[in-house]
Design a protein around this ligand. Structure first.
Ligand code: NAD
Ligand code: LMR
Length: 327
């Protein structure tokens, strides 16, 4: 029997976790022969709900679920963990932008960054999902003094998947034939879903799509505003699709991206493409042997450069807005 992988999941009583936890315990991330220990965290007002979820996990009798704990203390939840999904935080409601959540959620990631630094394994992989995910990731990373910035990432994968889905519908080609999608920038309406580098069954997208009006007036805004559209329609923030994206993100980080393809992750900028160093920004990345690397030397046209700059400028503003949390 393999050594179990310890996974911390915050916001365990919430909507996203009600999908994610069961998939983790079923083996959807680590495969059918890898036991897991789930270490759940929520706040005291949600403790009872979290304990109910624990009961349901137990009732599934998942063979891979070796153990599980539920706590309201981050240091307890993060002890010896290999992986962390930082989901716990308030979602926006109709009419709000994600950055309006910084005032409520930013402080959570300061405390949790410190707790990760104190308690997690040094190789821990941390995915920040709670919004605004990029700037919360920046805050957590900043306070994790004894971890490397490479331990951290934030979730842009839902945007990436949304972009793939919209494109597949438009050009009537199967999703598995599409590679090299990127969503640059912030997980916000300023993000830039960029299909210019996409290949379809190995052929450049330009052989399949020559409709700039659709790209600029339909594709880009649809992906940018999809989160708000789901809230408007469902009455609640996306949950199962977010859990799915979180699994996709962690899966590729752990197991690597497919040959010839890349994925979008929010990672600390190394200054590539003129994006200020340190901002947690959506980039195209290749993952190999458990590490991510930003894809370099993509030729960007003026439209793309302008769109990317607008989004990193917003990330820089968010960083400025939380400067009191970065001391
Ligand atoms: P939810 O309200 O259903 O659940 C949130 C849970 O977090 C609650 O149980 C709450 O008690 C808990 N929580 C609050 N503060 C906490 C803390 N300090 N420590 C631990 N747990 C805490 O919300 P949800 O739908 O699960 O969404 C969670 C977050 O994920 C929101 O911020 C949402 O905007 C974000 N989100 C991000 C993406 C993305 O693509 N990055 C996608 C979907 C949702
Ligand atoms: C999403 O993109 O669906 C999430 O970030 C939730 C939201 O607030 O839009």
């Amino acid at each position: 029997m393999k050594k179990p992988v310890r996974i911390a999941i915050t916001g365990a009583g919430g909507q996203i976790c009600y999908s994610l936890l069961f998939r983790l315990a079923h083996g959807d991330l680590l495969g059918p022969d890898q036991p897991v220990i789930l270490q759940l965290l929520d706040i005291p007002v949600a403790e009872q709900t979290m304990r109910g979820v624990l009961m349901e996990l137990e009732d599934c009798a998942f063979p891979l679920l070796q153990d599980m704990t539920a706590s309201t203390d981050p240091e307890t939840a993060f002890r010896d963990i290999d992986l962390a999904f930082l989901i716990g935080s308030r979602p926006r409601s109709k009419g709000m932008e994600r950055r309006d959540l910084l005032a409520f959620n930013g402080g959570i990631f300061k405390e949790q960054g410190r707790a990760l630094s104190n308690m997690a394994q040094r190789h821990v992989k941390v995915l920040v999902v709670g919004n605004p995910a990029n700037t919360n990731g920046l805050i957590a990373r900043h306070h994790a003094h004894d971890l490397s910035p490479d331990n951290f990432s934030s979730m842009m994968r839902l945007d990436h998947n949304r972009a793939l889905a919209q494109l597949s519908l438009k050009i009537r080609q199967p999703l598995h034939s599409l590679t090299r999608m990127t969503v640059w920038g912030n997980h916000s309406p300023s993000q830039f879903p960029d299909l210019s580098q996409v290949h379809v069954s190995g052929q450049p997208i330009q052989h399949f799509l020559d409709d700039h009006d659709w790209i600029e007036q339909t594709f880009v805004p649809t992906v940018q505003k999809r989160g708000a559209a789901v809230i408007e329609t469902r009455g609640l923030s996306s949950a199962a699709s977010a859990a799915n994206a979180a699994l996709n993100h962690m899966h590729d980080w752990l197991h690597g991206t497919a040959e010839g393809d890349w994925v979008t992750m929010g990672v600390p900028s190394d200054g590539s493409y003129g994006i200020p160093e340190g901002l947690m920004c959506g980039f195209p990345v290749i993952c190999h042997q458990g590490h991510y690397q930003i894809v370099k030397n993509i030729e960007l046209n003026q439209f793309s450069r302008t769109m990317i700059e607008a989004s990193w400028r917003e990330l820089a503003e968010e960083k400025q807005a939380v400067s009191s949390l970065l001391t």
